[in-house]
Every structure is written in structure tokens, then in C-alpha cells.
Design a binder for this molecule. Structure first.
Ligand code: TIU
Length: 221
């Protein structure tokens, strides 16, 4: 039976049989000093508040046995999945694939590419390495979600206006109903987070819904 979640622009009707949590890119590359986020010139400490909120979301989904998907922005060591147009942007001298403080920048398997320990995946959860900002490009994730019968996605992760928003828009176009949990996403730019949230809910929910984490917790309790 559907559970009504107070949300914007209007209540989200959550179907426990068809919902999954998607945690976007909560990896050391973006959250800790010396990673990709930092070499792009960002204050990575701005992302820290998302960690306890994502932990609360993981607990909600794990307690109920609902599916959880973790993504990482990650490229193959030979960079064959990194278009030059992507690699050549950013800070000259320390690009994707270069040696950084936590191993090679944004490369699968490197220390910096690991999800922060507080939010580490547990057995049975899906882990996706994605070469793009969006979670569907070159990942096969849509097909897996279809096989699982998933029709709704609850979103969390970083950064709000880059990989989270791109993934949410891609999901929206593929027919998923998308709910972003506001405290469980952060940006290096608070104004971009606020604007992304407004863009999602504008025009009657053109990309989906947003809600506070307490609204979700209370509705599920
Ligand atoms: N730079 C930035 O804000 N984000 C990214 O490059 N990737 C993700 O958002 N994961």
C-alpha cells in the first residue's frame, strides 16, 4: 500500500514494493581533502553535512529490506571511458587519471574512489561505477532496475546540481518517479543546491519531488 510523504510540490506517494534508494557519489574524491573536488578548487567541507543524513536514509531502507544503489564517478585505469573533452577540463596539471593525494584521481579502485566509511555499501547492495555525471550513461543500471521492478527512486548524494541533478533528470526521462531528500544532498555552492531544488519542483514537479528527511522518517514510522 502506498505511503504518502509530505513533499514539494505536492505529496509523494511511495510504493514500498517498487522503490529504491540511490546514493550518488559519496566517495572520498569529492568529500575529503586532496581528491577531485578539492583539486577543482572547492571547499570540500561543505559536503560533510550530507553524511549523517545519508546514514539515516540508509538505515531506513536497510531496516525495511528495500533496495539500495550506490554510485561512484569512476573511470577505468586506462581512461578508455573518459572522453578527452572531460579529462581536459578542470585544473591543469592535476586531471582525471593523474596521481593525487588519494591515488589516481577519479579512477576505479583507487583509495579516493572509495565511498566514505560511514556510508560503505553492505553485501546485497548494488554498486555502480559511472563514467559520466549521470548514473545511466554506460552503466546498464536502467536494465537492472527494470528487472527489479523499480519505478520510484529516492535520491541522495553529491553534488546536488551536478551528478545528483543529472541522474535525477535522466531517471525522470526514463519514467521513474524521483524524490530528492534535501538534507542528504550537498553542493560546494549553497546557492546552486537551493537553485537545483527549486528547478526540480518548479512547474508542478518538472523533474520530481523534494522532501525533508524528517518527513520521510515520520511517514515510515
Ligand atoms: N564537480 C562537482 O560538483 N561534481 C562532480 O564533478 N561530480 C559529482 O557531482 N559527483
Amino acid at each position: 500500500m502506498a505511503i504518502s510523504i509530505p513533499a514539494r510540490p505536492y505529496d509523494f506517494s511511495l510504493d514500498p514494493q517498487r522503490v529504491a534508494l540511490v546514493v550518488i557519489d559519496m566517495q572520498r574524491d569529492f568529500i575529503e581533502p586532496g581528491g577531485f573536488g578539492a583539486v577543482l578548487g572547492n571547499d570540500v567541507s561543505r559536503l560533510l553535512p550530507a553524511i549523517p543524513a545519508v546514514a539515516r536514509l540508509l538505515e531506513l531502507f536497510r531496516d525495511r529490506g528495500w533496495p539500495v544503489i550506490h554510485t561512484r564517478e569512476a573511470h577505468r585505469p586506462d581512461l578508455s571511458d573518459c572522453p578527452p573533452a572531460k579529462r581536459l577540463r578542470g585544473k591543469p596539471g592535476l586531471r582525471i587519471g593523474d596521481d593525487g593525494a588519494m591515488g589516481r584521481i577519479l579512477i576505479a579502485g583507487e583509495p579516493g574512489n572509495q565511498i566514505v566509511p560511514e556510508l560503505a555499501p553492505i553485501p546485497g547492495e548494488i554498486e555502480i561505477d559511472k563514467p559520466g555525471k549521470g548514473m545511466f550513461w554506460a552503466t546498464g543500471l536502467h536494465e537492472r532496475l527494470q528487472e527489479m521492478g523499480i519505478a520510484q527512486l529516492v535520491f541522495a548524494g553529491v553534488t546536488t546540481e551536478v551528478c545528483v541533478q543529472t541522474s535525477m533528470r535522466e531517471a525522470n526521462d526514463r519514467g521513474y518517479e524521483c524524490l530528492l531528500i534535501e538534507e542528504a544532498t550537498e553542493s560546494y555552492f549553497p546557492e546552486f543546491k537551493a537553485a537545483a531544488i527549486e528547478m526540480i519542483v518548479a512547474q508542478g514537479g518538472i523533474v520530481g519531488w523534494t522532501a525533508g528527511i524528517a518527513s520521510l522518517e515520520q511517514a515510515l514510522s
